[in-house]
Design a protein around this ligand. Structure first.
Ligand code: NAD
Ligand code: DAU
Length: 340
């Protein structure tokens, strides 16, 4: 029986990872460490809360005392760090908290791993650390050797965390791995992000705010495929290595929005072009050759199926997102989109 500390498990990908692990490794124990920021939601974890193999601890990864106390109590074998400020637009408005959580929080966890000794520290990073690719060079993709070249305070903070993980591995022999995944979508995605925001606005017949010309390209992966990849890296990945995760599924934002509009039977007149994001990355594209060759990972959910499942989930889980969009989200939306 192994013990896992999963940070950020009340958020989108972390919660899906907890569900994956409970299903695939029911004998293992999972401790979710989450400070429940605006993006964390305990309701998401309802189905595992009373599970004897699960414990929830509310604390920040930047709180040294709380993190060290937890590690002393639980002596985790594995630590998987999902906890982060994750939204690029918010990082443009208020970078400070991104540096605190994403950099100092990661360092605090690394120190706790050194102190307590773990089998593995896994850092959930992002393809955004590689910067972006031009639209007119479809042959180019991010490999693990692509230089770090960040665009936003969010991606800069994630890149800084990656460098710290590599430094702690080299200098202190912390047994660490890093994964860099492309854009995820699926259930429990916070409605500030493109896909859930467009689904929910379309359901309300509200304008669908497409940044710039909508030509930016993202490489979409269904969230459970990401969770399977991290599980594989924990079991069989080589310590000290970086693994890119992505499924060759590049799409333009405008095409995603049109697909959502069509699936929901709404009018394309809802699509509204708004002022572009500052420093907006043009295109992301992951080359997943390494994880495919070394660990045999490839995506299982194709986009046509995944987006249908996602839209169905938002239609059948309206309580989950209505609780969010009726709260402080209104103020956020007004600030972000009011005068765009
Ligand atoms: P999210 O914003 O949905 O969830 C983040 C979670 O972290 C929330 O539960 C929040 O309460 C928690 N958290 C924030 N600050 C914390 C702190 N100081 N201490 C403890 N908990 C804290 O994010 P997500 O989309 O699920 O992303 C999870 C991770 O995956 C992030 O590290 C992100 O950089 C990375 N990532 C995301 C994507 C994507 O498409 N969403 C793709 C690649 C990598
Ligand atoms: O690539 C991985 C990254 O994907 C993760 O590291 C981030 O945590 C995650 O938030 C995501 O970042 P993006 O900036 O790509 O995701 P977002 O959903 O915010 O935006 C996707 C694209 O859609 C992007 O080109 C901006 C555009 N967009 C977004 C919103 C919210 C719009 O056109 N309109 C919008 O209202």
């Amino acid at each position: 029986m192994a013990t896992y500390v999963v940070t950020g498990g009340a958020g989108f990908i972390g919660s899906n990872f907890i569900f994956h692990m409970r299903q695939q490794h029911p004998e293992d124990r999972i401790i979710c460490l989450d400070s429940l920021t605006y993006a964390g939601n305990l309701e998401t974890l309802d189905s595992v809360m009373r599970d004897s193999h699960f414990r929830f601890v509310k604390a920040s990864i930047t709180d040294r005392e709380a993190v060290f106390r937890l590690f002393d109590e639980e002596r985790p074998d594995y630590v998987v760090n999902f906890a982060a400020e994750s939204h690029v637009d918010r990082s443009i408005e208020s970078p400070g908290v991104f540096l605190q959580t994403n950099i100092i929080g990661t360092q605090t966890l690394l120190d706790a791993c050194r102190h307590s000794g773990v089998k593995r520290f896994h850092q959930v990073s992002t393809d955004e650390v590689y910067g972006d690719l031009p639209l007119d060079r479809p042959d180019l993709m991010f490999t693990e050797e692509t230089p770090i070249h960040t665009s936003s305070p969010y991606s800069a903070s994630k890149a800084a965390a990656d460098l710290l993980v590599q430094a702690y591995h080299r200098t202190f022999q912390v047994p660490a791995t890093i994964s860099r995944c492309s854009n995820n979508y699926g259930p429990y995605h916070f409605p500030e992000k493109l896909i859930p925001l467009m689904i929910i606005n379309a359901l309300h017949d509200k304008p669908l705010p497409v940044y710039g010309k909508g030509e930016n390209v993202r490489d979409w992966l269904y969230v459970t495929d990401h969770c399977r990849a991290i599980d594989l890296i924990l079991q069989s990945g080589r310590v000290g290595e970086v693994y890119n995760i992505g499924g060759h599924n590049e799409m333009r934002n405008i095409d995603i929005v049109r697909l959502i509009v069509k699936t929901l039977g709404k009018s394309e007149d809802l699509i509204t072009y708004v002022t572009d994001r500052k420093g907006h990355d043009m295109r992301y594209a992951i080359d997943p050759t390494k994880i495919n060759r070394e660990l045999g990972w490839s995506p299982e959910v194709m986009f046509a199926d995944g987006i249908q499942r996602t839209i169905d989930w938002y239609l059948t889980h309206q309580d989950w997102w209505r609780n969010i969009v009726n709260g402080e989200y209104q103020t956020y939306y007004q600030q972000m989109y009011g005068s765009r």
